[in-house]
Design a binder for this molecule. Structure first.
Ligand code: 13P
Length: 230
């Protein structure tokens, strides 16, 4: 993809996130790695519904502006994005949003680690909640860093979610999967509560088979294997 196509894809993802109700007002940010020293990112303080290609900012690995139109500034969460690229050379795109059901799990201190849904067991694995970090500070990258070697999807305590991928569509799809897992988990737990039943997780040996299928499906990125957080 050339740079123009990547910019169009960033705008498309921003618009989808707003239409899906994952971001309100100026929430959320997106970045893509063009090469080792060049990244595109969304500007701070703009609704993702209004993002257009000329508003995107080109920055280097320190977050310094290389190219910008007008007086837009890079996302206030750019340190979090840059830490992902620094620690995960396989990652080319980072998406941050506040999808409401997934974010509710982050607020309720309930990691999504129940291994009940086949799709998420294969693609994402368990989803931990990273410790609280004050937005825009180094606390956020420092909080996510210990989880990056094993996870492509994270819940951020009292905040929202982060998804990373080898390309932007992959990172965006992971955010979609996260929100669907959160919705499904919410519904199943309500039903179990009503029916006074226990959640039936996929047995360990069947899970191991699913994990091995990642290769057949061409799933990229990291997976925590069988890991629980509570
Ligand atoms: P920016 O507008 O600076 O990208 O911040 C939005 C956000 O979601 C902060 O968490």
């Amino acid at each position: 993809m050339n740079e123009e196509e990547i910019k169009d894809q960033i705008c498309d993802v921003c618009h989808k996130m707003w239409q899906l109700g994952w971001v309100a007002a100026n929430d959320g940010n997106v970045s893509v790695k063009l090469d080792e020293h060049t990244f595109l990112c969304t500007p701070t303080g703009i609704s993702k519904s209004f993002i257009t290609p000329e508003k995107l900012i080109k920055i280097n690995e320190q977050g310094e502006i290389l190219e910008v139109t007008g007086d837009y500034r890079p996302s206030s969460e750019i340190k979090m994005h840059l830490r992902v690229y620094q620690d995960r050379p396989d990652v080319q795109a980072v998406v941050h949003a506040h999808p409401p059901v997934a974010t509710a799990f982050a607020l309720a201190q309930m990691p999504l680690d129940s291994y009940s849904l086949i799709e998420s067991a294969i693609v994402i694995g368990s989803i931990p909640i990273t410790p609280y970090g004050t937005p825009s500070t180094n606390e956020v990258p420092d909080a996510i860093a210990p989880f990056l070697p094993e996870h492509d999807v994270l819940l951020l305590e009292n905040h929202g979610a982060l998804a990373v991928g080898a390309d932007l569509v992959t990172a965006y799809y992971r955010m979609e999967t996260l929100e669907l897992v959160a919705k499904t988990t919410f519904h199943v737990r309500m039903l179990l509560n009503i029916g006074n039943k226990e959640e039936k997780e996929i047995p360990r040996e069947k899970l191991e088979r699913l994990f091995k299928m990642r290769k057949n499906y061409g799933v990229t990125g990291k997976h925590p294997g069988y890991k629980k957080y509570h």
